[in-house]
Design a protein around this ligand. Structure first.
Ligand SMILES: [Zn+2]
Length: 184
């Protein structure tokens, strides 16, 4: 017996709702990481994907740290922001692989970190080679630029700053203390 069903919706109907998809991205752009409230989760590169799957919107995120206590808050904020934007609950999926790296921070995000007085991580910590990151030798530590005056004469005061993601530094020239977003 053959049944012909002409009105079957496709399993992935992303392309059918571009306006809703855009509204979701706009809502996401208003959600911040509670640890870095000046930069949106989109600019931090935490949002990996927005997809329509089996009749529901699914947002895939990769937290900056696995086990980061902020992850639960971010998930709740994402669902609330999107629910108020499109009037629909979404599913938030956490993808731990590939792991988030500071390379995913968008250029606007880096600028906002600087504006907030946080030195953004160096862009080129990973050389793109297939070499595993758990190599036994250590790279020479790169100089951290002061977000206040641009000097490279800075010293680390504490390995952990206001949160575990940041180290505390002080500028030798302008004497301003600042947070450095640790690359990983
Ligand atoms: Zn300075």
């Amino acid at each position: 017996m053959v049944t012909t069903r002409v009105a079957d919706p496709p399993a992935h109907d992303d392309a059918t709702q571009p306006a809703t998809r855009a509204a979701i991205w706009r809502a996401l752009a208003g959600v911040v990481d509670p640890e870095i409230p000046t930069v949106s989760i989109v600019e931090l590169g935490i949002v990996r994907d927005v997809a329509r799957s089996n009749g529901a919107w699914v947002v895939t995120v990769t937290p900056t740290y696995s086990g980061c206590p902020a992850a639960r808050i971010i998930e709740a904020d994402i669902r609330a922001a999107i629910a108020s934007a499109i009037g629909e609950d979404v599913r938030v999926v956490t993808a731990l692989a590939p792991a988030w790296t500071t390379d995913w921070i968008a250029p606007e995000g880096r600028q906002k970190l600087r504006d907030a007085g946080i030195a953004p991580p160096h862009a080129a910590m990973h050389d793109g080679s297939t070499q595993p990151r758990s190599v036994t030798f250590r790279r020479p530590r790169e100089a951290v630029r002061c977000p206040n005056c641009g000097s490279l004469r800075t010293t680390e005061l504490a390995r952990f700053g206001s949160t575990a993601c940041k180290a505390q530094y002080r500028c030798t020239d302008c004497l301003e203390p600042f947070d450095f977003f640790k690359p990983h």
